[in-house]
Design a protein around this ligand. Structure first.
Ligand code: ATP
Ligand code: TPS
Ligand code: MG
Ligand code: MG
Ligand code: MG
Length: 335
């Protein structure tokens, strides 16, 4: 009889990833070539993929637990903005070297926590070794009732623009992750600085808002590259203009303190990205019902602007004057 493998690629997959797939029968214990997903009756499947890479989306010395959480959270964020319920995900990993067991244990625990929080299961993936920084690709699948997918390009002139949660925390957290000494310039104590870094490390997609998006939004997307850039994408895809009122953009207490100490940081809030909040366009006559549904779901939403005719995207600063936001937002291939 062949000895049970304890090293090697198959053993790594079985030890680290198979337990994460145990709740998903179509994963076949991660011993088949593909996974099988039976769409829930009456539902459409929603597909998305986003990768996170060392040095680009996270730092090499971030905790493996946080890296795993982020890889899943950014994809679940895409699903939530479509009104979808997460079902399953595929995980593609490229390691420069075999990670040590402690790192793998932390990574597995982070995925397990994220799966439990977001309600989805590992269905399959790929693990290889190649030179270069660690890259983690996730492909997530969710479900919406047939014909109800909330598109990005279907906002109408007159729709109100709503944003979930608070904006800019993660972008400010990234500045602090890069240089903790900036906390003093931002007027932040250690607890506040840590809270912002936590928002960078652990995005919290607003799952419980998905049913309200599904019911009331005419268009929606998640904010990953900065509100200004992503709002521009929604407006362009919909053929509408958009105006954002800076004074209405919801800030957390630490972010408010930072912006009051250094007003220039408001640009970081608007354009820094990594928010993973939902931007939703809602017809004015449905806005109150949307607010009620959001309140019942426990997610704060703020009306931050409105769509109109035309195609301009304008942002009024906190003093009401137009801000120059052209070119802002995250771009992997800046011009
Ligand atoms: N390599 C690719 N092949 C096919 N489609 C792609 C590719 N890259 C991006 N897309 C598609 O382009 C569109 C925009 O992708 P993008 O990744 O910007 O969206 P996003 O996930 O909302 O934003 P972010 O990546 O900033 O979170 C999506 O429809 C996406 O599926
Ligand atoms: C180490 C480090 N440096 C910079 C950033 C900022 N950042 C990188 S990609 C991105 C947009 C979303 O990614 P994508 O468009 O690929 O989905 C943002 C805001 C970070 N998160 N970590
Ligand atoms: Mg993407
Ligand atoms: Mg995305
Ligand atoms: Mg992007």
């Amino acid at each position: 009889m062949a000895e049970r493998e304890t090293r090697g690629e198959d053993a790594l997959i079985q030890a680290t990833f198979a337990p994460l797939a145990s709740g998903f029968p179509g994963a076949f214990g991660l011993k088949d070539d593909c996974a099988l997903l039976t769409p829930p009756a009456g539902m459409d499947l929603v597909l998305t993929t986003d990768a996170v890479a060392e040095g680009v989306h996270f730092f090499a010395d971030d905790a493996a637990h946080d890296i795993a959480w982020k890889a899943l959270a950014v994809n679940v964020s895409d699903l939530v903005a479509k009104g979808a319920r997460p079902l399953a995900y595929l995980l593609a990993l490229s390691f420069p070297d075999r990670p040590d067991d402690a790192w793998l244990a932390g990574f597995q625990a982070g995925l397990a926590d994220a799966q439990a929080a977001f309600g989805l299961s590992l269905a399959g993936g790929d693990t290889d070794r190649r030179p270069g920084p660690l890259s983690i690709g996730v492909t997530a699948v969710g479900a919406v009732p047939h014909g109800r997918f909330v598109q990005r390009g279907t906002a109408q002139p007159g729709d109100l623009l709503f944003l979930s949660g608070t904006l800019g925390d993660a972008a400010l957290g990234l500045l602090l992750r890069q240089d903790r000494a900036r906390a003093a310039q931002m007027g932040l104590d250690d607890v506040s600085a840590r809270a912002l870094v936590g928002r960078y490390l652990r995005p919290q997609p607003k799952l419980s808002l998905a049913p309200a998006i599904l019911e009331f939004a005419s268009a929606a997307m998640d904010v990953s590259d900065g509100l200004v850039k992503d709002c521009g994408r929604l407006a362009r895809a919909s053929g509408v203009s958009a105006r954002i009122e800076g004074v209405r953009v919801p800030l957390s207490e630490p972010a408010r303190t930072a912006v009051e100490h250094s007003p220039d940081l408001f640009q970081v809030v608007l354009s820094g990205g990594d928010d993973y909040e939902v931007l939703a366009a809602v017809p004015p006559d449905r806005a109150d019902a949307f607010r009620d549904a959001a309140a019942k779901s426990g997610v704060a939403v703020a009306e931050v602007g409105q769509c109109g005719d035309g195609q301009d995207v304008t942002v009024a600063g906190r003093d009401g004057r137009a801000l120059d936001v052209a070119g802002g937002g995250w771009d992997h291939f800046p011009s």
